[in-house]
Structures are given as C-alpha cells and as structure tokens.
Design a binder for this molecule. Sequence first.
Ligand code: TYD
Ligand code: MG
Length: 456
Amino acid sequence: MAKTKTKWICQNCGYETPRPLGKCPDCGSWSSFVEEVEQTNAKNQEIVILDDEKAYSINDIELNEEIRFTTGYEEFDRILGGGLVQGSLVLLAGDPGIGKSTLVLQMSKNVCAQNKKLLYVCAEESSSQIKLRAKRLGVEGNNLFVYPKTDFESIRHQAEKLSPDVLVIDSIQAIFTQTITSGAGSVSQIRECTNLLLEFAKSRNITVVIVGHVTKEGNIAGPKVLEHMVDTVIYFEGDRYKSYRLLRAIKNRFGSTNEVGVFLMTDTGLVEVTNPNELFLQDRNKEATPGSVTIATTEGTRVLMVELQALVGTTSYPSPRRVATGLEYNRILQILAVLEKRIGLNLSKQDVYVNVIGGIEITEPAADLGIALAITACARDIVIRNDCAIVGEIALSGEVRAVNDVEKRILEAQKLGFKRIIVPKIHKKPQNKYNIEVVEVSRVSEAIVACVNKEK
Ligand code: TYD
Ligand code: MG
C-alpha cells in the first residue's frame, strides 16, 4: 500500500528536511523551503530484481555510431560538439526573456527542413502565441507540431502517437507529472519530469531538448538537480539590455565543454555571429585612453579579443572599494597585491573598478596581465597604445607566466589589425613569421614599457 509523506525541500539546492526552516543549512538561502508531499511505497512491498540485462566485458560491447543532425546554426552545432545527437537529452538554460524559446523555434525550423519530425511542447504559451512568433521568425513546416499542454502524461501520449525525431519541452518548470502531488516548478516535479523524459528519450531514441529557466542566483530550476541527469547542459546568457547572446556548454557527453557561440537578437529573431571579435571591439575608442586595454582571451577553440577598462580614484569610503564586473573578484585582489609589492603601486587609499566591456565573463588567468596594465595605466595616467593586445598570466612574484594557445592569439590579433601584441617570454621563441610585432615580456614592469612605446 502506498503511503504519503510530507517533507520540506529547499527550492534552491534541494536540501530536504521534515520541518520548514528559515535558512537553508546547506546553501544558506532564506525562505526557500516549500512543502512537498510524496508517495512512498510501504516497507513490506515486494522488491523485484529484473535480471534481463547482463554485464558485458568492455571488449564485447558493440559501438553504435552516434547519429547527429545539424541545428542549422554553425555556432549552435559547435557548442553541441557537431550537432544534435539522436537520442540525447539537452538542457538549454537561461534567464527568462533571454531568447530560449526564440532559439529553439528557429532551430525547429532547421531541423524540420532536414525531413525530421519535431514536436514542440509550448507549456508556457498558447498555440496561437507560438504561431504569431513563428510567423514573425519565418518558421513554418508540415513536420513541426505544436502542443500546448503541461502534463507529462499527455505529452508522452502525444509523442508516442506522433513519434517525432525531436521533442522540445518549453519549459521544464511549466510541466508536471500526475504521479507526484506537488505543484509544477517544484524541485521534485522538475526532477521527476526530467527523469521520465530521460527514460522516454533513451527508450525511443528521440532527441529531447529541455528549456529551463535560471533563478536569480543563476541555478537551473533552483537546484542543479538536472545537470547530472542530462547529456548536455547549455547556458544561453548575455545582457538583456544588449543585443548579443552567448551560448555556452557547461557539460557535454558528446563534445568539448569550453566552446561559446555568439548570437545577435534582432527584430527578426536570432542571427548567429561567426566573427564575434568585430562585434566586441566595435565600440572601442578610436583614441587610446588611460585604463583601457585589449586582451586576447580564449573560449574553447576560439580566441576573443575583449576590451578591459579600469578606473582608479581616491576613495571616499573608510575602506577602498574593489569592484570587478565580468572578472573574478579574488583575482583582482591578487593582482592588486602583486602590483603593490612588485612595482610599488600604492592603491590602499584608492577605489579600483575593473570592467569587461561587452558583458562577457572572463575566468582564464591569461587575462591577468591585461588587468594589471589597465589598473597601472589608470593609476599612473599612462596611455596604452590601442593597437596593442595583451596576453599573460601573472605569478605572485610578478613574473609573467606562459599561457596556452599563444600562437592562435597572435594570429587573431594580427587578423584584426593590431600592430603589437605583448606575450609571455617562452623558451621556444615564436619565429619571425608574423606581420604583427610580438613583444615577449617576463615581468609586469617590462610589459608596461612595451605597451606604451612607439613602434620600433
Ligand atoms: P524569448 O525567446 O521569449 O525568451 P525566453 O524563452 O528565454 O524567456 O525571447 C523574449 C525576448 O526576445 C523578448 O523580450 C523580445 C525578444 N525578441 C526580439 O527581440 N526579436 C524577436 O524576433 C523575438 C522573437 C524576440
Ligand atoms: Mg520562453
């Protein structure tokens, strides 16, 4: 006999407790507990062991070639590791209003154009709303089916009848299964629905694309409960007030995870940007200004040229402010400590703001030298040449450390018309094969001189 049990679950991290708590002991969030009723099997229920699948030696397992098909966008395909894999479960997550539904609808058109059947479950909007949007985006096709339902059982029934190649669920927060009593959007509903979708995708070899909203804290559906279940997790991010969007793979069982794809949101939907550097650098000042530098940073296999700006000024606060936008806060503190100790830059009474232009996040240490130069230039009122790109990691000793893909970064800077690039000194000297002046530096102080100097 089934019996019911009540528990309280933190909607942020999935922590379970028998009683509601004000603050979650696991993730520290406040007022995040929601009561959920769950049916459990009675203890005396018989446990059945199914022995219809045996274990194989790894040598005997036959390998099925994975079948992939294109999304119609080079940028999207690259994130997926070469297109959508048949039978895989893809989670597309992002802030509300960032353009997830637009992206999947445009992708649907391209998938259907390859003679594939696609079922689009629009759990958040009505069919006519979808039609209206589709008309605006020029999305059509006899193979594209729209189903405005929210309960999983109806969706499964419809999918079994239609047997599509791709099933799109927009969004996972809006659907629910009748097997669980808690409301749609709760942690247990999301977890259970994803589980059921996973079973469905694998048993019928259907590709399932799940759209998920990210909470204010940046988690998918509150907890990260979905990430381990699905094959691929993709974040669609960007500033809602700016028109470009970044597509980033966080996890991918079928490809590399550090790729980014760039899209532009226009009046007629999303357009892919195959050369994002022109986009990122378009607002760059023609005149060089103190505190502004361009760095060559890598995202997966691609080099991005990004502008960094620093502002240093006398503080009016009891303790000076350090603000980093698009960069790791602790990294900035570390660089400030190195600058203070190694080149004698005293910033203890100065506020320091460092900003990545273009709204992207930079985590790689190869940005260190650029950050250090932007801060130093602003503090000392030095103008860094704006046709000079900068690459390098900084050690605590003030040494400039080697970074990966130096050659690729040099070539990208050269392609975009930079005249000089500052790179770490490496034992293997780059041959004299570039049209850009490559200056090797081993200390921060050398880099400052190198990016101010006129041409040799
Ligand atoms: P949407 O795909 O509905 O976002 P999500 O599904 O992630 O919540 O996109 C909503 C935003 O995109 C909306 O604010 C308007 C904008 N948009 C355009 O600028 N151009 C377009 O052609 C479309 C369809 C949407
Ligand atoms: Mg949507």
